[in-house]
Design a binder for this molecule. Structure first.
Ligand SMILES: Cc1ncc(COP(=O)(O)O)c(/C=N/[C@H](C(=O)O)[C@@H](O)C(C)C)c1O
Length: 393
């Protein structure tokens, strides 16, 4: 289960039975469609989720950049972000495995919301672990998680963001593997999670590839997507990886600056693909932001969803292979892009998504003449933050 030198299963002994059971279920149900699992997944994703999402031509942006810009509208998926693709797949798989309870972590709250929605839809009790810092900055999603009938478990250790939430959820899973499935929120964690989450999210690029050929008569020259843990990026890239002529750009959070203050142990960004080193985090060998003694550093981003010191092992591998170009956009450029998409195209994007549009604004000269940008989510959850940030600047 390796992606070059990344990936693997670096988990405590107590978790191995759960990981092996999950790897077996992944093989049978996701890869071999046993009992028609994938058929049910796709039909629920259509009827409950609202797939396929449009690939929409962006008139104003195309004119502004003098190139054809197409938006893959994952913000129109039920719940307002790409997260439902993975959450629905994993909750349904938990049912096929005979599990009775769901737990998950969340940072921006989109994954937590998606898991709560999927759990309600499939009648499974669910607890969402969320860092206290993130509970404070993503309150609309905290309410949605509760209103969908899930419990929010505040994580108070450390800085109270995603990193601690994932660790806490793994700890809880280790003691409840018998009846509980852990719905991990991105293409991170021990095998089979990175492959499985990528497979559930690959519906994005399956559709986008077909829609691009239908609407433009060929493949796009570029696909651009923002990267936190990497699921939105891997979903948008998966079906294009073998099309060498399609350039793939993963946009990370440049935060407030790329220079790291070593002894502070804090990175003022989350640009893991560009500035991280190899290490083990949350069960997988991958790239992460660590200081000179190998301590995982705190990351930063104006968007909670990109504020993560790690990244998916498969994405790290594709970057090392030169198949994916890692770029980053800082807080200011992301905020500017948030307002531009809202005013020019009538779409309020998630702050995470805004980073992809910041990249388009700054680097469109380097892109080809048909660019697909993945709109990973809508920005309702970020309105308070943006109003605060905009008045502050
Ligand atoms: C609208 C939106 N766009 C992109 C992302 C980036 O997460 P990935 O798709 O895992 O790179 C996110 C990530 N959200 C996660 C969450 O809601 O829990 C995030 O905080 C972590 C999984 C990284 C998101 O909400």
């Amino acid at each position: 289960p390796k992606f070059g030198e990344y990936g693997g299963q670096f988990v405590p002994e107590a978790l191995m039975p759960a990981i092996e059971e999950l790897a077996d279920a992944y093989e049978r149900y996701v890869l071999n469609n046993e009992d028609g699992f994938m058929d049910e997944f796709r039909s629920r994703l259509a009827d409950f989720g609202g797939r396929p999402t449009p690939l929409q031509y962006a008139d104003q942006l195309s004119e502004r950049y003098d190139t054809d810009v197409y938006l893959k509208r994952e913000d129109l998926l039920h719940g307002g972000a790409h997260k439902l693709n993975n959450a629905l797949g994993q909750v349904l798989l938990a049912k096929y495995m005979g599990k009775e309870r769901i737990i998950a972590e969340t940072g921006a709250g989109q994954h937590g919301t998606a898991t709560a929605m999927a759990a309600a839809h499939l009648d499974m009790p669910c607890e969402i672990y969320m860092g206290e810092t993130d509970i404070a900055r993503q309150r609309p999603n905290v309410f949605r998680i509760k209103i969908n009938g899930s419990e929010v478990v505040p994580v108070t250790v450390g800085r109270g963001t995603l990193k601690e939430a994932i660790s806490e959820t793994m700890r809880e899973w280790a003691t409840t593997v018998e009846n509980t499935h852990y719905v991990i929120g991105s293409v991170v964690g021990p095998h089979p999670f990175p492959k499985m989450v990528r497979d559930f999210q690959s519906v994005i690029s399956e559709e986008a590839r077909e829609q691009a050929i239908e609407q433009t008569g060929g493949l796009p020259t570029d696909v651009v997507a923002c990267a936190g843990g990497g699921s939105n990026t891997m979903g948008a890239f998966a079906e294009f990886v073998d099309d060498e002529e399609v350039a793939l750009h993963a946009v990370e959070a440049g935060g407030s600056s790329l220079t790291v203050d070593e002894d502070e142990g804090v990175a003022p960004n989350s640009a893991t693909l560009s500035t991280g080193d190899e290490g083990v985090l949350h069960g997988a060998r991958t790239k992460l932001l660590q200081d000179s003694d190998g301590q995982i550093m705190e990351s930063h981003s104006v968007s909670a969803g990109l504020d993560y010191a790690g990244v998916g092992p498969e994405l790290a591998h594709l970057v090392d292979e030169g198949r994916v170009t890692p770029v980053n956009v800082d807080d200011d450029l992301a905020l500017e892009a948030f307002h531009r998409l809202s005013q020019d195209e009538g779409i309020i994007p998630a702050l995470e998504t805004a980073h992809a549009f910041g990249y388009l604004e700054k680097y469109h000269e380097d892109l080809g003449d048909t660019v697909v940008v993945n709109v990973s989510g809508r920005g309702d959850k970020d309105l308070e933050t943006v109003i605060e940030e905009t008045t502050k600047r």
